[in-house]
Ligand binder design. Structure first.
Ligand code: NAG
Length: 460
């Protein structure tokens, strides 16, 4: 009660603004972000007519819901004739953006936004850098629409003692619905101190998890767009137990040597659309793990990094289910894998109904790979009697160059061989030797592959 009273008090200090201004702000930012337009034209000169309507996976894809989220932002706009969005500027709640800690101010601003009945636009102003400790932006909120406009830069505290309470998350949105987060600004995880202390960099250090820069947990109807996310402590952007997400126009960057800095991670989430994004980090560009259904990644440019991954799945004898994944129109440049499915031995469950199509590889090691003997630990992994079943995977229109001789590697499980694997119109050549024939090969174990169209190289 006291909290609500205080919050509304703060709101009344905040600047009032109607949605028209907010929308205008939005448009300006979209126009300013020319890099994403360039990226589209350069990477996909010939693909713009191909749109996957998801009809292959009837029953798991709720097309209506996808449409709903597409129109969500418009709906936010439609409601404003009667309901004005309150503008909540973090500076009005005490944030300074001068290199001192602004955590309390952001929390107060969030409370005001979250408790504002008619919806709110929480603004992080331009040309300031706001230093934040770990923050939990909790719902459920009174507001049906919250827009978080990040125009300036948010930077993570690099004092490890700030993360004692929750070492896994820096910025987390928990139980929110109808949130739009955008603005063209930057979220900087300031991860150097974490990378230096990683056991993957310094073998004498214990293996510990580091925070994810931006997490959405247990949330619904989200739009995350027009943001730069950089140098995360570990994963950059994670959707966990989320439903109906549109993530687009994101630029995610970290050094090639930064450990475990996945770009976008999807776990236990459904109806997730990721599009028009450029991701270059030290780990997976996109990783999709257990409990994820109906995930589409479209128009993605990756590199450096470990490529686009489904998995890892089945670690520590766990049960994993992933289905309805489509990666359409991607360009991978200099990554250590292209499109990968990775499972540990000893797991169970299924990874099924997966399509990788219209993918360009440029100097990619392992462009197409299923690795059912994945083992990402110091000790070698023991042979086990079960595996996550990999089934119904289509690779279609994949071309370009491989950095290694093994352009295709299907290392499937002996106990549950891969089923329903299709290669259609595949043209992979060795990097630097594009004119010569037969320099790359497909290494295929415990799998039967159906070839359609021209497939090179082929399994023998
Ligand atoms: C995979 O697709 C097939 C064919 O459309 C469908 O029958 C099956 O239920 C799907 N499997 C899962 C786990 O979604």
């Amino acid at each position: 009660m006291l909290l609500i009273f205080l919050s509304s008090l703060f709101v009344s200090f905040g600047q009032m603004g109607n949605l028209k201004e907010v929308v205008k702000l939005h448009d300006n930012n979209l126009v300013e972000d020319t890099s994403s337009n360039d990226f589209l034209q350069q990477a996909y000169p010939s693909y713009f007519d191909m749109v996957d309507d998801g009809s292959k996976f009837k029953g798991i894809i709720n097309i209506k819901e996808s449409v709903d989220i597409l129109t969500m932002e418009k709906k936010v706009g439609d409601q404003t004739d009667s309901n004005k969005l309150k503008t909540i500027n973090v500076n009005d709640y005490g944030a300074k953006g001068d290199g001192n800690d602004d955590t309390e101010a952001f929390l107060k601003a969030w409370k005001a936004a979250c408790s504002s009945k008619g919806g709110a636009s929480m603004v992080v102003p331009e040309s300031n850098t706001y230093l934040l400790k770990p923050i939990r932006f909790s719902g459920p909120c009174k507001s049906k629409n919250i827009i978080v406009q990040i125009l300036g830069t948010i930077e993570a505290s690099n004092d490890l003692s700030d993360y004692k309470k929750d070492g896994r998350h820096w910025l987390i949105f928990d139980r929110v619905q109808g949130l739009v987060i955008s603005g063209g600004g930057t979220i900087n995880g300031n991860g150097k101190i974490w990378w230096e202390n990683s056991c993957k960099i310094d073998k004498d250090k214990p293996c510990k998890d580091a925070p994810t820069a931006l997490t959405f947990y247990n949330s619904k109807n989200l739009v995350v767009k027009d943001l730069n996310i950089q140098d995360s402590q570990q994963i950059h952007l994670s959707f966990e137990k989320c439903v109906n997400v549109q993530a687009s126009n994101l630029k995610i960057t970290a050094p090639e040597k930064s450990p475990n800095t996945d770009g976008i991670h999807v776990t236990r989430s459904q109806n997730i659309q990721i599009s028009n994004s450029v991701i270059g980090t030290g780990d997976d560009c996109i990783s999709i793990v257990t409990g994820s259904q109906n995930v589409q990644a479209t128009d993605i440019t990756c590199g450096p990094g470990h490529g686009i991954s489904i998995g890892s799945l089945g670690a520590k004898s766990s049960e994993a289910y992933v289905s309805g994944i489509t990666v359409n129109r991607a360009k991978l440049i200099g990554t250590t894998n292209g499109v990968r499915i990775k499972t540990w031995q000893g797991g169970s469950g299924t990874a099924t109904n997966i399509t990788f199509e219209n993918i360009e590889m440029e100097n990619v090691a392992n462009p197409i790979i299923i690795d059912q003997n994945y083992c990402d630990q110091h000790k070698p992994c023991k042979e086990q009697k079960s595996a996550v079943q990999v089934k119904n995977v289509i690779y279609k229109s994949i071309s370009g160059t491989s950095a290694t001789e093994e352009a295709i590697k299907f290392d499937c499980s002996e106990v549950s061989p891969c089923q329903g694997i299709v290669l259609q119109d595949i043209d992979l050549k060795l990097e630097g030797k594009e004119g010569e024939e037969e320099q790359v090969k497909a290494v295929c174990t415990n799998v039967k592959v159906s070839n359609i169209g021209t497939v090179s190289p082929q399994c023998y």
